[in-house]
Design a protein around this ligand. Sequence first.
Ligand code: ADP
Ligand code: MG
Length: 241
Amino acid sequence: RRTCFKIRTGSDNWNKILGGGFESRSVSEVYGEFRCGKTQLFHTMSVTAQLPREEGGAAGKVIVIDTEGTFRPERLIAIAERFKMDPETVVDNVLYQRARNSEHQHEILCGMTADLATGQYRLIMVDSILNLFRGDYQGRGELNERQQKLGVHLRKLVEVAEEFNIAVVMSNQVQSDPGAAMFAGMDGRKPVGGHVMAHASTTRVLLRKGRGDERVAKVMDSPDCPEAEATYIITNGGIND
Ligand code: ADP
Ligand code: MG
C-alpha cells in the first residue's frame, strides 16, 4: 500500500505551515529572490528525505536536477551530521544531474523512468525550473514555444509524482519588474512562468528576507493549508528555526 508522506524542511516553523512538510504525489514550488535559501532548502531536504520513517523521514533516495550549477554534494555532510545520519550514505543516495539546456533538462527527467521504477526514490528537486528555458527562448516571439515546452516538462513531473508517490519540489525565480509584480498584488513578488507554472504547482511558497539573518516563508497557494508565514534561518546544518 502506498501512502502519501511529507518531507521536512529542517525548520519546525516552516513545517508547521505546510502541515508537516512538502507532500508526495504532488508538485510544489518555492520561489523568491536570490539568497533566500532555495538551494539550501534542497541541500537540507536531500538529507531529511532519507531519514527513517520513525523520525518523520521518507527513507528514500533523492534526485537533484541542477540547472544553475549551485548544488554542492559536500554541503550534505554537515547536514547529515546534524540529523545523525552517515554522511557517506547520504551523499551516495543523492542522484545528482546537471542540466546543460532545457532540452537536456527534460531528457534527464525522461531518462529516469528505470531508476524511479525501483521504488527507492521519494524526492525529486529541480533547481531552478525555468532558468534554462528562459535562456533558450529569449525572444518575445519564442514565448509561446517556451511555454509549450515548459508545459510538457511540468506535465511529466506531475505524472512522475503521482505514478511513483514522489514529492517533486522545484525552485523558481521572481519577476524582475517590481512594478508589474506589485500590480499583481503578490507581496511585490510574482513567480515567473505564468499560468503554465501556476497550473502545475499544487503548493506555492514565497521566500523572502526578513530581519537580520531571518528569512520568511509564506504559503501562497495550497489545497489544504491556509495562507501563513513562518520564519527560518540558514545554518551550516541546513535550514533551521
Ligand atoms: P537561493 O538559492 O535562494 O539563491 P541559497 O540557498 O543559495 O539561496 O542561500 C544563500 C544563503 O545561504 C546565503 O545567505 C549564504 O550565506 C547562506 N549559506 C550558504 N551556505 C551556508 C552555510 N554553510 N552556513 C550558513 N549559511 C550558509
Ligand atoms: Mg539557488
